[in-house]
Design a protein around this ligand. Structure first.
Ligand code: SPD
Length: 343
């Protein structure tokens, strides 16, 4: 018995020393942004062990990577963060020969302004920001961002604990561009958020879904995919992109430049682009997808039934993408820190 244990132990040491122990892939993603069955299926099909960690905002993810304390093989940054990480040489160029399933991505989602030659990012999801409201708790159907300043909703509003998103909408509410870098305009946006504070029950990210489903607030600033998740769970919930316009975002899958296992990262990204995988993952995640083959597999008509994930062109025309603002990002960091640390 002792001998068998010793042999097994020695075998284990030999296997890990020779690199034959299970290969590892380290994935860093937003909360609730992949079906864990997708991960399990990938592990089963490839024998690669996935180490999975989550973050709540682009800024959290960036800080963890930039401080050099952690290395990941796959991350899921949004548009402006992809742009920032490209400029700072923090991403690995994708070897498209190893991602044959990219053929399933609708070409309209490729070569976006944040990665014009499409060298570093694979489109994953997209969406808008808008207001998720409880029809039973609001006096009238919201159409404007002004709802977020309506005193009738005292202590009944959730805002996003995400600097670019919340400041971007506050800028629009002040009549400015959501990519403004003018310090006076950002100060005005901060003052608006300060005036709004008595109405706000909390600044949250993923928790907003359960809170709105349970009817804990009348309205919330949300990303469209979270509205898609909530609406079937509570028939009073609905979503609107306000008339003043909003943000349209594109989230991508990327490989950081300090990734340890690029080949496993490519396998994982290619797996995510497979139509069957993208389709089942969509059922869980709820965000609109750029994978045309997956949409066809699910049935285009059924997929298009969701007005949240398929806003009409006139709404999209009023939406803008966040841009990376270079050194001016520091103004946002400062304004947001001053604001949120006082909440
Ligand atoms: N549950 C996390 C969803 C992540 C959505 N990304 C939004 C990006 C906004 N710029």
């Amino acid at each position: 018995m002792k001998k068998t244990v010793l042999i097994l132990f020695a075998l284990l040491i030999v296997l890990s020393a020779s690199g034959l122990a299970a290969e590892k892939l380290s994935v860093y993603n937003w909360g609730d942004y992949i079906d864990m069955d997708t991960i399990r299926q990938f592990e089963k099909e490839t024998g690669i062990d996935v180490i999975y960690e989550v973050y709540e905002t682009n800024e959290d993810m960036y800080a963890r990577i930039a401080n050099g304390k952690a290395s990941y093989d796959v991350i899921f940054p949004s548009d402006y963060m992809v742009e920032r990480m490209i400029r700072e040489n923090r991403l690995t160029e994708i070897n498209w020969d190893n991602i044959p399933n990219v053929k399933n991505i609708d070409p309209r989602f490729m070569s976006q302004s944040y990665d014009p030659e499409n060298k570093y990012s694979v489109p994953y999801t997209w969406g808008t920001m808008g207001i998720l409201y409880n029809a039973d708790m609001v006096e009238e159907t919201p159409t404007s961002w002004e709802t977020l300043m309506d005193e009738r909703y005292e202590d009944s509003i959730y805002m996003l604990n995400s600097p670019r998103d919340t400041l971007g909408i506050a800028l629009i509410m002040c009549g400015y561009d959501l990519n403004s870098t003018n310090p006076d305009e950002l100060e005005a946006a901060k003052q608006l958020l300060i005036r709004q504070k008595p109405l706000v029950q909390g600044y949250v990210v993923d928790e907003v879904k359960d809170k709105m489903i349970r009817g804990e607030a009348a309205v919330a600033l949300v990303w469209s995919g979270d509205a898609t998740y909530c609406m079937p769970e509570n028939e009073d919930l609905n979503y609107v992109v306000p008339v003043e316009g909003s943000n349209i975002f594109f989230d991508a899958v990327c490989i950081p430049s300090n990734a340890k296992n690029v080949s496993a990262a490519e396998k994982f990204i290619d797996f995510l682009c497979r139509p069957d995988i993208a389709a089942t993952n969509y059922e869980y995640v709820g965000y609109a997808i750029p994978n045309q083959a997956a949409i066809e597999l699910m049935g285009e008509e059924e997929y298009n039934e969701s007005p949240v994930n398929n806003p009409p062109q006139e709404i999209l025309d009023k939406c803008q993408v966040f841009k990376y603002l270079g050194e001016d990002t520091k103004i946002y960091d400062q304004v947001w820190t001053e604001f949120i640390s006082d909440f």
